[in-house]
Design a protein around this ligand. Structure first.
Ligand code: AMP
Ligand code: GLY
Length: 430
């Protein structure tokens, strides 16, 4: 069986790692992959957003299944193109991917189906003066707003401003092209207070299965300081999402989202990733993503039974999820991202890496590669901002964290930086 995984980050290495554990031993292909995936299968030099080249590759490989990691090819219609070519795929259609690709679409969709979310207004670039007046009036009334570029901005299009001036500055930056076309439309949203959590639902259009809830750490530095990043660490399950809360989230968010998409003639297939704020008035959606999270995948995959990942994705692609039950175990997982010096700003590439073998020898730990490449001599060098995600699995969260940090400390490259407080919130809770 040939499986093609689209993407080249830590998420895709973790996906490949989980698929490789299947007793059916699928042949794994990655586009473009990284130094970690090269050890699991074949890397193909095709960019993860080159839709036509990806369709051609899937055809050439006679891929039995394609799993799409990142959002850009989903929003660009890769899934529709693969289906037209008769190829089974895990991911949403371009229409459904608008839930992530356009915050204006997502907000209007949630309004149509009564899905709980922050109050908002959408403004076009031509309405900059009105948007600015709205920001100033909101802050004056004691209701701060969050400024969001509507389109895809690699996690950098959201500014949680502390003052009206800061919000207005963010508004103009978006309209002036700081995020390219993604900022031509801006969503101004009520600022919510509470703890954040992420819920992942595997969806085949009609049925869904939820994975253990996770919590991400988006800011670059300890104590949630510094700029937003793609994510510096994660853990699962997140105790803040009690069983009762998860049931409520399924009933008020996941189910109406799937029903809404069906009603619009575009059933949602793939992974629905709901970012939530757990407010005093109940869970509210902060954002939808239409894919697995990175680094959340690096904690979710190790919690799935060894033989289930391939089975789940296959069932999802063929509309047969209803026949399966998810059998996650009771263990805990935590992952710590090792970032290049300067990330999330500019950073060097090509730094030599050492310590991977020592880290791999730690019981219950796996170091997933993210931005890595193989040098001509076969050694591993850094090749991105988030370089590795060191995951630990254990019977408790402290054990998982201990294993993750021991592995994280052993992997070395110049200027490595990591957060030291992954999972701290959950530890303080127990
Ligand atoms: P997003 O890219 O939409 O996930 O937003 C990035 C981060 O901004 C989120 O993880 C939250 O920490 C914060 N954020 C987004 N929307 C809101 C909101 N309405 N209220 C408070 N914080 C928010
Ligand atoms: N870790 C957040 C994301 O994948 O969007």
């Amino acid at each position: 069986m040939n499986v093609l995984v689209v993407g080249g980050g830590g998420r895709e290495h973790a996906l490949g790692w989980a698929l490789a554990r299947s007793p059916r031993t699928p042949h794994l292909h990655f586009a473009p992959g990284n130094a970690g995936t090269a050890a699991l299968g074949i890397n193909h030099a095709v960019a993860s957003d080159d839709v036509s080249a990806l369709v051609a590759l899937a055809r050439d490989l006679s891929a039995d299944l394609v799993i799409v990691g990142p959002e850009a090819p989903l929003v660009a219609g890769l899934v529709d193109r693969l289906r037209d070519a008769g190829i089974s795929v895990v991911g949403p259609s371009a229409y459904a991917a608008q839930l992530e690709g356009s915050k204006a679409f997502a907000k209007a969709f949630m309004q149509r189906y009564g899905i709980p979310t922050a109050a908002h207004r959408t403004f076009q670039a031509l309405e900059a003066a009105e948007a600015e007046a709205y920001i100033r009036a909101s802050f004056t009334a004691g209701r701060p707003v969050v400024v969001k570029a509507s389109g895809l901005a690699a996690g950098k299009g959201v500014v949680v401003a502390d003052s009206a001036d800061e919000a207005v500055e963010a508004l103009h930056a978006a309209f002036d092209g700081a995020f390219g076309a993604a900022g031509n439309e801006v969503v101004l949203e009520e600022r919510l207070a509470g703890e954040e959590a992420s819920v992942f639902a595997l969806c085949d259009g009609t049925t869904y299965l939820v994975l253990p809830p996770a919590q991400d750490h988006k800011r670059a530095l300890d104590g949630d300081a510094g700029p937003n990043t793609g994510g510096m660490g994660a853990y699962a399950p997140a105790p803040v999402v009690t069983g009762q809360r998860l049931t409520e989230i399924c009933r008020t968010v996941v189910e109406p989202t799937l029903m809404g998409m069906q009603a619009e003639g575009h059933p949602f297939t793939g992974v629905l990733f709901v970012g939530l704020m757990l407010t005093q008035d109940g869970p509210k959606v902060i954002e939808y993503n239409v894919r697995l999270g990175d680094p959340e995948t690096q904690v979710l995959m190790p919690l799935l039974p060894t033989n289930q990942t391939l089975e789940l994705f296959e069932a999802l692609a063929h509309g047969r999820l209803g026949a399966l039950r998810l059998r996650t175990d009771d263990r805990h997982a935590a992952t710590v991202v090792l970032a290049a010096p300067g990330y999330p700003g500019s950073y060097p590439k090509g730094l030599p890496v050492s310590g991977l073998d020592e880290a791999a020898a730690i019981e219950g730990a796996t170091v997933f590669h993210a931005g890595t490449a193989l040098a001509p001599d076969g050694s591993v060098v850094t090749d991105g901002g988030r370089v590795f995600a060191a995951t630990g699995v254990g019977d408790s969260l402290p054990e998982a964290l201990d294993r993750a940090y021991r592995a994280a400390d052993l992997v070395r490259f110049d200027g490595k930086h990591l957060r030291h407080d992954i999972g701290r919130r959950a530890l303080n809770r127990v």
